[in-house]
Design a protein around this ligand. Structure first.
Ligand code: CDP
Ligand code: CDP
Length: 212
């Protein structure tokens, strides 16, 4: 049976960093499901199509190829904003969730990170982690990332964006961001990347040995 590890949480909580490290450690396939929403949004923006036409957005989502999704190409702030707008549409979610579930079945195991993995996409995942950090810490992480790239950044604007994105992701009717009842909560506000990884690894190792 394929082992599935579900990682959810708000923007800049450290989901991607943690998921990549877990996938590498256990030899599992990794899917950053945020990229599926970002790629759908980018395809609409590139084609000059509106972001508020649900049937058009769903058509684009249905034809999305998971192979070749690239965070570097999809990392732009405007694409993230557009992604969270089309992510409220149920028919877009339905198409992307179908592709994400198919990916989750790859042997020997998969790590999926996003907002609704433990609650909707893979409710039977062996391990569910809900990774979070305070809005201030998450805004600071995004701010540091931009400075590290040599660009200029405005902390207050990033902080406002983080809070707006949280409100949109937690407030939507379909698959809102929230911890699954059986998720392990991991607040990384005061944790280094290494400490967060070690905490996740203990939880996963315990679940794997119980499952063996
Ligand atoms: O990188 P960041 O955490 O800012 O966002 P992301 O994971 O790339 O996701 C972009 C947007 O896609 C999120 O704000 C959500 O609105 C949406 N999303 C979702 O609804 N469900 C998922 N499983 C993943 C992302
Ligand atoms: O995928 P998500 O948007 O949840 O977050 P990420 O892209 O993995 O992490 C956002 C930033 O926070 C990255 O620059 C990480 O290096 C940093 N980070 C950190 O400083 N401390 C942690 N415990 C986790 C992530």
């Amino acid at each position: 049976m394929t082992i599935v590890i579900a990682i959810d949480g708000p923007a800049a909580a450290g989901k991607g960093t943690l998921s990549r490290r877990i996938a590498e450690t256990y030899g599992f396939h990794h899917l950053d499901t945020g990229l599926t929403y970002r790629a759908t949004a980018k395809a609409l923006l590139d084609a000059g199509l509106p972001l508020d036409d649900e049937p058009v957005a769903a058509k684009v989502a249905e034809t999305l190829e998971l192979a070749g999704l690239d965070r570097d190409i999809l990392s732009k702030h405007e694409i993230g904003e557009a992604a969270s707008k089309i992510a409220v549409m149920s028919s877009v979610r339905k198409a992307l969730v179908t592709a994400q579930r198919a990916f989750s079945k790859k042997a020997p195991g998969t790590v999926l990170d996003g907002r609704d993995i433990g609650t909707v996409v893979c409710p039977d995942a062996l391990v569910k982690l809900y990774v979070t950090a305070s809005p201030e810490v998450r805004a600071q992480r995004r701010y540091d990332e931009i400075l590290a790239r040599g660009a200029a950044a405005d902390y207050e604007a990033i902080f406002a964006d983080v809070k707006q994105r949280d409100a949109r992701d937690m407030g939507r009717a379909d698959s809102p961001l929230k911890p699954a009842e059986d998720a392990h909560l991991l607040d990384t506000s005061e944790m280094s990347i290494e400490a967060a990884f070690q905490a996740a690894k203990s939880i996963i190792d315990a679940a794997l040995s119980q499952n063996a």
